[in-house]
Design a protein around this ligand. Structure first.
Ligand code: NOJ
Length: 602
């Protein structure tokens, strides 16, 4: 599986192993000696988050420090130096709060307590301390839309406790002609089947836009909104640098009072093959992106801003809303509402669904975000997360470096999902070991694989030892992915060329003004070759990638002011080119999957 063993078909400057080794030594010397620091003298007035490299940790699968087969906070602390070495500026952690783990932390039963199998509040404080010493920020994933059905709030609400009664969305439903109890309307949950579940205790249905274990909070109750803001304040006061508000587009449902007190049915999409249990059976016009959402997002933002002013250090708010582009970018804010610092951009996931990726599709996806987002705000780029098939599997392993070049060198903020830096692939998790509720909900031991998110959550592959160095347990919570013996960090650290080595070079390039501040232009040079230019004053770079499976010759002078010779700053593992090799702008031969970062000679 190790991509560094791939052969190259390129004709020019075939480097020997010794040359590669020299190149590696030179790069490490440059990195260590601070040669790049000359670029740091440019007076760049950006706030810490505007050009940050964020690394997503799925705590359950990162490092297990106590041998129970489940990752934990002390495990993260033990690998903070690794994040530093990668050049990461901030880590964001999938939820670590108390949870019955039906949806692995996204079903929270107590937002003020750390999940015991992950550690204690003291452990978390140690994590913040360690992160501070390394100048790495910690951002927490916060789930504002729903709690766990085992939270005290929900239990009290089910019992019609006076204070909590109205904290969730409760409805009566009706009895059909056959005397069967039916939900209030046709709404479907993202995880399939009715979005309503009957509670015997309360003799009413509650709404859950995700699993029945995740009842939706009622944001029309101002007390709920205030409590959720208190939670944000609490963690910001503990020293976290920001929070990620997931699924914000689900916070509100339509106002039923405008429909005579009854939530209306959603219209059918008519999508071929979709049945009434499927989420895409309906257009979600009453359950997503309601106008009130933008107001509550602005209220949350005020909490972050107040804390930022208090400590003179910007605490950031990220929002995740996978909606049509015009709606997603509204989460940046407008003249009436302040929005998120970072509305997470998933176009590189949502717009590029075909395995037969083409340079024009890529240009189109990137342009889409840049065209619709407000001018003057930073862009951000994401190619993977804990819900999305890994990039190496979605496309092919040979494109890992090209995509890391994109994410790390496009303008703005970069996100890396743990393992993308070494090109991890999806693991195989058989039906009998499947844990993801979205997969379990299919009740289908064959097709569950199409929706299961377990394969992207398998343990991080540290080395070729027991459980890939993730845990000393006899059994890990999810099996380690096959092929870890050669696809692991240690192997890639020792390899002359590897995804990890490329990633480190890229994260170091990122700090140059051309990438932090510079201008941007992109071209699909042909169907297979995508290229973009970044420049700041006279420091100019072209990043060029052959996404096709055949050899290509391109002329980079199609870009304005690109001519003469360019020098290689980084090359994908497929490339036969090494650091400081020269190429001609007018005639560049690219082997299949080859990706290069080139710098104009001045
Ligand atoms: C969004 C999270 O990313 C996902 O993992 C989770 O299952 C849903 N919210 C429901 O909580």
């Amino acid at each position: 599986m190790e991509c560094s063993s791939s052969s190259s078909s390129s004709s020019s400057s075939s480097a020997s192993d010794e040359e590669d080794l020299m190149r590696e030594i030179i790069i490490n010397l440059l990195l260590a000696s601070g040669v790049y620091s000359r670029y740091e003298n440019v007076n760049i007035k950006t706030d810490w988050w505007e050009t940050a490299l964020f690394y997503q940790i799925y705590p359950r699968s990162f490092v297990d420090s106590d041998g129970d087969g489940i990752g934990d906070i002390n495990g993260i602390i033990s690998r903070m130096d690794y994040l530093k070495d990668l050049g990461v500026n901030a880590a964001w952690l999938s939820p670590i709060f108390k949870s019955p783990m039906y949806d692995f932390g996204y079903d929270i039963s107590d937002y003020y307590t750390i999940q015991p199998e992950y550690g204690t509040l003291e452990d978390f404080e140690q994590l913040i301390k360690k992160a501070n010493t390394l100048n790495i920020k910690i951002v927490l994933d916060f789930v504002p839309n729903h709690t766990s059905n085992e939270s005290d709030w929900f239990i009290k609400s089910s019992n019609k406790d006076e204070y909590y009664s109205d904290w969730y969305v409760w409805e009566n439903g009706h009895i059909d002609a056959d005397g069967r109890r039916q939900p209030p309307n046709n709404w479907v949950s993202v995880f399939r089947k009715s979005a309503w579940t009957y509670s015997k205790t309360r003799d009413q249905f509650y709404l859950h836009q995700f699993s029945p274990a995740e009842p939706d909070l009622n944001y029309r109750n101002p007390v709920v909104a205030e409590e959720m803001k208190n939670i944000v304040k609490y963690w910001l006061e503990k020293g976290v640098a920001g929070m990620r508000l997931g699924s914000v587009n689900y916070l509100f449902e339509t106002d039923k009072d405008t429909f005579g007190g009854r939530f209306p049915d959603e219209p059918k999409t008519g999508k071929p093959g979709a049945v009434s249990d499927d989420y895409d059976y309906l257009f979600h016009i009453y359950t997503k992106d309601q106008e009130e959402t933008f107001d509550i997002v602005a209220q949350f933002r005020d909490v972050f801003d107040a804390m930022s002013v208090r400590n003179n250090f910007t605490r950031i708010m990220m929002t995740v809303a996978r909606s049509p582009i015009k709606t997603t970018v509204r989460y940046y804010g407008d003249n009436y509402h302040s929005g998120a610092h970072i509305p997470v951009n998933t176009v590189l996931i949502d717009e590029m669904t075909s395995k037969e990726l083409d340079a024009r599709d890529l240009k189109h996806a990137i342009d889409l975000w840049i065209s619709y987002m407000p001018l003057g705000k930073p862009a951000n780029w994401v190619t993977g997360d804990h819900d999305t098939s890994r990039l190496a599997t979605r496309f092919r392993p040979e494109l890992v470096d090209a995509f890391n070049m994109l994410v790390l060198l496009l303008p703005g903020i970069a996100f890396t999902y743990m393992g993308e830096e070494i090109g991890m692939i999806n693991g195989f998790v058989p039906w009998v070991e499947t844990k993801d509720p979205q997969a379990c909900n299919t009740n289908d031991p064959v097709n569950f694989i199409d929706v299961s998110r377990d394969p992207v959550r398998t343990p991080f592959q540290w080395n070729n030892g027991k459980n890939a160095g993730f845990s000393s347990a006899a059994k890990t919570w999810l099996p380690v992915a096959e092929g870890f013996e050669s696809l692991n960090l240690e192997y890639q650290r020792n390899a002359v060329r590897s995804h990890y080595q490329v990633y480190r070079i890229l994260s170091n390039l990122r700090i140059r003004p051309a990438f932090r501040l510079g201008r941007f232009e992109s071209l699909a040079i042909n169907q297979d070759v995508f290229a973009f230019k970044r420049w700041y004053n006279d420091d100019t770079y072209v990043i060029v990638m052959n996404l096709g499976k055949s050899y290509q010759i391109v002329n980079l002078t199609v870009f304005d002011l690109i001519f003469g010779q360019l020098e290689v700053e980084a090359s994908s593992v497929q490339s036969s080119r090494s650091y400081s090799d020269n190429v001609l702008a007018t005639y560049l031969d690219l082997s299949a999957d080859e990706a290069l970062v080139l710098r104009m000679q001045v």
